[in-house]
Design a protein around this ligand. Structure first.
Ligand SMILES: Nc1ncnc2c1ncn2[C@@H]1O[C@H](COP(=O)(O)OP(=O)(O)OP(=O)(O)O)[C@@H](O)[C@H]1O
Ligand SMILES: [Mg+2]
Length: 284
């Protein structure tokens, strides 16, 4: 499989603080890769190392076949980076901000491309308004446009959905999926555990260490499901594995009895499961 990003034994120290401890992971081309972890886990540090903004203390990084530090400027033309706090000019309009970032790259038809990305994030009608007067979510979308303007092959998004409302959040994930479907690789950090569901694969990071790497489906399956059964008017519950086989086995045991009038299955939420994985690692 083709990897857009390869990380091997990456360690980053800030003085005495060990922000990343021997991180190894690969990201296949065209996937949405989620980096999930609580505050201070090392998410921003890892993204900054991958875009060449932070020099690793040791280890190997390969992004689109390049070394982020040695090939920084060549790499910048092929990747988009949306920092955790929007770096926009408040006294410029949305469109002027995007044009400004676009001019730093050699882009044909920059004006037209700017209109296209504004349309993509549904901000066409606010294109000429000053960013100063935008809401937090709108600023995030302008920031996404700036990261997208040069049609990058990889998009690094540091907490793109933090502090935005549920509707806009869903809209953002739909946008990310559209980009992935067009072949773009997305590397997205979040501290919101439920967002794992939108990713193809997630790494859970804590205190600079990887504590789990899996698909959201496998993470869900590592949880439990509560089965509620109404038999002869009596309601009982039992806890089973969240795998398809777990449910099938339990239903087989119950059989097809007329006295059973209701069965419902409630699986653990991905948020609970991820929080439990984190909690377990805090104890050890
Ligand atoms: N420039 C820096 N100098 C010193 N320590 C730093 C620096 N940047 C980050 N750190 C430390 O490295 C660790 C990881 O920080 P980082 O910002 O990467 O975490 P994060 O997962 O992005 O957190 P958040 O969810 O709050 O954004 C923290 O202990 C932090 O204090
Ligand atoms: Mg961060």
């Amino acid at each position: 499989m083709n990897h857009a990003i390869e990380i091997k034994d990456l360690t980053k120290k800030y003085g005495q603080i060990l922000a990343l401890k021997s991180i190894t992971l690969n990201v296949p081309v065209g996937t949405i890769y989620g980096l999930i972890g609580p505050n201070g886990a090392g998410k921003t540090t890892l993204i900054k190392a991958l875009v060449g903004a932070v020099k690793p203390s040791s280890g190997h990084l390969n992004v689109l076949g390049m070394n982020p530090i040695n090939d920084k400027w060549a790499l910048r033309q092929k990747i988009g980076y949306m920092p955790q706090s929007a770096a926009l000019y408040e006294d410029l309009s949305a469109k002027q901000n995007i044009l400004f970032f676009g001019k730093a790259q050699k882009i044909e038809n920059l004006n037209q491309k700017t209109d296209e990305v504004l349309q993509f994030v549904e901000l066409t009608d606010r294109a000429n308004d000053l960013v100063r007067n935008f809401s937090g979510g709108m600023k995030k979308r302008v920031s996404l446009c700036c990261a997208l303007i040069h049609s990058p092959e990889i998009l690094f998004l540091d907490e793109p959905t933090a502090a935005i409302d549920p509707h806009l959040k869903l809209q953002s994930w739909n946008l990310f999926r559209k980009l992935a479907n067009s072949g773009v690789t997305l590397f997205i950090s979040t501290h919101l555990m439920d967002e794992a569901m939108h990713c193809d694969k997630v790494t859970i990071l804590m205190n600079g260490e990887i504590i789990a790497v899996d698909t959201p489906q496998k993470i869900i399956e590592s949880g439990k499901t509560v089965l509620t059964i109404k038999d002869n008017g009596v309601i009982t519950t039992r806890t089973i594995a969240s795998t398809p086989e777990g449910l099938a086995n339990e239903l087989l045991k119950l059989g097809l009895r007329a006295s059973i009038t209701e069965i419902s299955a409630t699986p653990d939420t991905i948020e609970n499961i991820v929080l439990n994985i984190i909690k377990k690692n805090q104890i050890h």
